[in-house]
Design a binder for this molecule. Structure first.
Ligand SMILES: Nc1ncnc2c1ncn2[C@@H]1O[C@H](COP(=O)(O)OP(=O)(O)OP(=O)(O)O)[C@@H](O)[C@H]1O
Ligand SMILES: [Mg+2]
Length: 237
């Protein structure tokens, strides 16, 4: 469960998040849409404890972002623009490193690393240094790394970008089974169809605020497009 109240973030004079409120119940898959520069990645970085807000409150599974950063990092998995892996380590070394960092014991760790390498189609690249991977392969590794410690909340910033159709389908399957296991997902995407297909709830972030939220079951592709266009028409950022 994620609870955000009055979240504000300034970079210099620019107010990037402007009193944003958002509540994501446990087990929900939320897709967030919004124009370039609206503040989506900034929101995700704050949730991931990678950036500090100027004001507002955030709790994740009851932990307070302002004082329980370590606990929050242990319950979330993040797939962002940067893969957060060590280039000089191999694929499997990275997964072991992050697994250990989040407290997986040696026995469980090796099995978990193998499982992720297999499910994300990385087994044949396990011993390659991460820095030589292709973009899509690096994205697969970023997804594996985000999952290695069995988080309860996944934060995803345009996670399908760079993936080939097969890897994209693998990611969808992975996310569905994560959600079936009770996980909470927040996914930022510019792909309205993909966001609609995957989510239970849809939210539109315009100019630093949630401009609208809707249940996915209450709309379809055309309706969603219309909502987006009408919000964008009123947006002169
Ligand atoms: N470190 C930073 N320093 C200064 N300004 C920043 C910084 N990070 C982001 N911004 C500004 O904050 C605003 C929101 O950026 P953000 O990356 O959150 O947008 P976004 O909604 O993710 O956009 P996109 O769809 O292009 O990814 C932009 O105007 C951006 O220039
Ligand atoms: Mg972004």
């Amino acid at each position: 469960m994620i609870e955000i109240k009055g979240l504000t973030k300034r970079y210099g004079n620019r107010k990037v998040l402007n009193g944003l409120d958002l509540s994501v119940p446990a087990g929900t898959f939320l897709s967030i849409f919004g124009p370039n520069g609206a503040g989506k990645t900034t929101l995700l970085k704050i949730l991931a404890t990678l950036a500090r807000p100027n004001s507002g409150t955030v709790t994740v599974d009851g932990w307070d972002l302002a004082k329980d950063g370590a606990e929050i990092r242990s319950v979330i998995g993040v797939v962002s623009h940067s893969p957060f892996v060590y280039g000089e380590l191999t694929v499997e070394e990275n997964l072991r490193f992050f697994g250990r960092l989040f407290g997986l014991g040696p026995a469980g760790l090796e099995a978990r690393v193998r499982e992720l390498l297999d499910s994300l189609g990385l087994a044949h690249r396990a011993r390659d240094r991460s820095e030589i991977l292709s973009r899509g392969m690096r994205q697969r590794l970023a997804i594996a790394r985000a999952l290695v410690h069995r988080p309860r909340v996944l934060l995803l910033d345009e996670p399908h970008v760079g993936l080939d159709p097969k890897a994209s389908a693998v990611l969808d399957r992975t996310l569905r089974s994560f959600k079936d296991g009770g996980g909470t997902v927040v996914m930022i995407t510019h792909d309205l169809a993909k966001g609609l297909e995957m989510a239970d709830r849809l939210a539109f972030l315009f100019r630093g605020r949630m401009a609208r939220e809707v249940e996915a079951a209450r709309t379809d592709a055309a309706g969603l497009r219309q909502m987006y266009d009408s919000l964008a028409a009123g947006d002169n950022a």
